[in-house]
Design a protein around this ligand. Structure first.
Ligand code: PLP
Length: 467
């Protein structure tokens, strides 16, 4: 239905609750020190509002919990698989449907079966696990984001698009090296930004012309479909399943982490319409995930996924979801925290580089802001900047919102925490790395705050602590 009230209400009632920990400042300081100043090192019972990720952290519906009891655990040919297959056929139109334990398993199977050293994969922006799997296969992951996508103030409605001119030129010059073109919907790495139907159509046409397979990373297919409905001319009367089906129809297959818009705690899919690729996927899947009718999951997980994929396309839910992210972004801005524009579908990205302009990238402004949110109010986000991607163009703190978990009061609380953080922004110290692993360092690096000091010029700066 249409909603013309100012107040966004959660379009659900809550019948099962989980207490959240409320800690005092001293306890938070102790917890962060114990975690060696890495927010990934915090324990669940040390976090009041956990905005680390929207992946696998959503709340399942009563129907999904009920469906768990209907899980058919038959090893081969389970009824739960056939139910899932029917739902995914209807949703995507793809004849070959493989469940996997999560999104990166689909990426690994795809990369190991269709890529080889020297090949290229072109994408609007690879998510980090997709990039890692592409590179593990010896291929090169090339990002072709739309111009302006790295400008936090550029409020383009489809900032997740691929750069079509660049794509066409790359296909023209190096078409024989390109093994695959992908579109990540929504484009997580640039802020959960959507891709327009026109962009998907153009990519599809180019891929057909140059005879290159085209896959979607459809982790957030439902949020992307909503943005098309409300932002792209001509789609306002389309039903969301029709928009989603059109998106999938334009591609040859998809990888899909069901931990996002499948609203499950674990699960993923690899689907295609290409029979030769399906055969390769099947063999590889058996090696790593299990038999193709369960793919590393229990029958009950398949039941929950079948329902979650449909619930994610509910209009009332998506209106609330996208509006509540925008509400969060507006509140943060009012509190004095600059954010990436426009707000995306699953998270708000705070522009830590701009807010903490006294810190250099190698002093990790996103980490500094993340630590401040935690110390101030027990709110956990994740740094997306030079700590995660050395040499990153932006220094951000991502605050991702789990699906159907937090209410508007929780978000109002985070905004209040943000006001206190913003008031002390110029005093926040930078960080330095004490120890780091050889790759994906943000997960487990040990960090230490730098001492803030007023330098001779009177400007507040950060420096390494004296040896
Ligand atoms: C766009 C995108 N693709 C793939 C993945 C990987 O999925 P998973 O975490 O289920 O392995 C993620 C996870 O965050 C993602 O955001």
């Amino acid at each position: 239905m249409s909603w013309d009230f100012r107040t966004i209400i959660e379009p659900f009632r809550i019948r099962a609750v989980e207490p959240i920990p409320l800690l005092d400042r001293k306890a938070r300081e102790r917890a962060l020190a114990r975690a060696e100043h890495n927010l990934f090192g915090l324990r669940a019972e040390e976090v009041t509002i956990d905005l680390l990720t929207d992946s696998g952290t959503g709340a399942m519906s009563a129907e999904q919990w009920g469906a768990l009891m209907m899980g058919d655990e038959t090893y081969a040919g389970s009824r739960s698989f056939r139910r899932l297959e029917a739902v995914v056929h209807e949703l995507t139109g793809y004849p070959h449907v493989f469940p996997v334990h999560q999104g990166r398993a689909a990426e690994r199977i795809l990369a190991r079966t269709v890529l080889e050293p020297g090949k290229l994969v072109l994408n609007n922006t690879h998510f980090d696990t997709t990039r890692a799997n592409v590179e593990q296969a010896g291929a090169r992951a090339v990002d072709l984001p739309t111009p302006g996508s790295d400008d936090p103030s550029y409020a383009c409605p489809f900032k997740g698009n691929i750069d079509l001119a660049n794509l066409e030129e790359t296909l023209q010059l190096r078409g024989s090296e390109v093994a695959l073109v992908m579109l990540t919907l929504t484009n997580n790495a640039v802020g959960g930004q959507p891709v327009s139907m026109a962009n998907i159509e153009s990519v599809s046409a180019l891929c057909r012309r140059y005879e290159v397979p085209f896959f979607l990373d459809a982790a957030r297919f439902a949020e992307n479909a909503w943005f098309i409905k409300v932002r792209e001319p001509g789609y306002d009367r389309w039903r969301l399943p029709e928009i989603a089906r059109r998106m999938f129809d334009l591609a040859d297959g998809c990888t899909l982490s069901a931990k996002k818009d499948g609203i499950v705690h674990i699960g993923g899919l690899l689907c295609t319409r290409l029979p030769q690729w399906a055969e390769k996927f099947r063999c590889e899947l058996i090696l790593g995930e299990g038999y193709p009718t369960y793919g590393g999951l229990a029958g009950r997980d398949l039941e929950a996924m079948s329902l979650g994929l449909l619930e994610a396309l509910d209009e009332d839910y998506l209106r609330y979801r996208v509006r509540s992210i925008a509400y969060f972004a507006e509140g943060l801005e009012r509190a004095g925290i600059p954010v990436v524009h426009p707000p995306g579908g699953h998270a708000v990205f705070a522009d830590a580089g701009r807010l903490l302009s006294h810190l250099r990238p190698d002093q990790f402004p996103g980490q500094a802001l993340g630590a401040a949110f935690y110390l101030e109010g027990g709110v956990r986000g994740v740094e997306v900047g030079s700590l995660m991607f050395p040499g990153a163009r932006l220094e951000l703190l991502r605050l991702a919102v789990p699906r159907r978990v937090y209410t508007q009061a929780h978000i109002d609380y985070v905004i209040e925490v943000a006001e206190r953080v913003a008031a002390r922004a110029s005093e926040l110290p930078g960080y330095r790395i004490l120890r780091e692993p050889p790759f994906l360092r943000h997960f487990s690096a040990s960090l230490e705050p730098l001492e803030a000091y007023i330098c001779a010029s009177g400007r507040r700066e950060s420096c390494a602590p004296s040896p």
